[in-house]
Design a protein. Structure first.
Length: 222
């Protein structure tokens, strides 16, 4: 079992304009005290063909992390459209949340994002140049794709082992994104599942705020 487990991610301000910030309320459980901070990233997939167009929208360090259930809101700016191939600005792409410990990524949660005009005329006859103040995004929040990877935690010989599973219920679209060129990916067993939205219980018992990261961490009693 992993030392840190995501129990819920709530997608905020969705649907909204393409240019609006991304906001996620992340709840996770830590089963033991960690010696170092957790690194969280939000990554926008600019193209299904290559990781070259991926954009890290934000990266933050969260800690110290107390044992128990913790919660924070992760906010990141929208992607730079100039770094996205014009043919990939509309339709379906992916937004990814990752978490790493000591530079070891152990979980990533991916959501499909549909970018489209809400005006019927623009949908039927899209202009050659994208009108971003009329372009909306809709994150498919009810079908996150969760991938877990085994890592070494604070003990050198403590490697979390997990069963390799894959449930490809998304179908061809998912396979299209998974077949991108991937250099330097994590090795070893991985587990891929769908994580339905969960409801959290308990009330915040303490709050730690780091103004440098603009992330509020709430330790929640069970």
């Amino acid at each position: 079992m992993s030392v840190v487990n995501i129990t819920n991610i709530k997608v905020l301000n969705n649907p909204t304009l393409f240019t609006a910030d991304y906001q996620f309320e992340i709840t996770f459980e830590c089963i033991s005290e960690l010696a170092d901070d957790l690194e969280w990233k939000i990554i926008y997939v600019g193209s299904s063909e290559s990781k070259e167009y991926d954009q890290v929208l934000d990266s933050i360090m969260v800690g110290p992390v107390p044992p128990g259930v913790n919660q924070f809101i992760f906010q990141a700016p929208a992607p730079n459209p100039d770094r996205i191939p014009p043919s990939d600005l509309l339709d379906v792409t992916v937004i990814i949340i990752t978490c790493s410990y000591r530079e070891q990524e152990f979980v990533r949660v991916g959501y499909y994002v549909n970018n489209e005009y809400i005006e019927e005329e623009l949908r039927e006859n899209p202009p050659d140049k994208v009108i971003f103040d009329k372009l909306y995004r809709n994150i498919l929040a009810d079908k996150p794709r969760v991938t877990r990877m085994p890592i070494k935690w604070d003990s050198e010989d403590e490697t979390v082992k997990i069963k390799q599973e894959s449930d490809d219920v998304i179908g061809e679209t998912q396979a299209h994104f998974l077949n991108r060129s991937q250099s330097g990916d994590s090795q070893g067993q991985i587990e891929q599942i769908f994580m339905p939205p969960l409801q959290n219980s308990g009330q915040p018992s303490s709050v730690n705020y780091d103004p440098m990261s603009s992330v509020k961490i709430e330790s929640m009693s069970t």
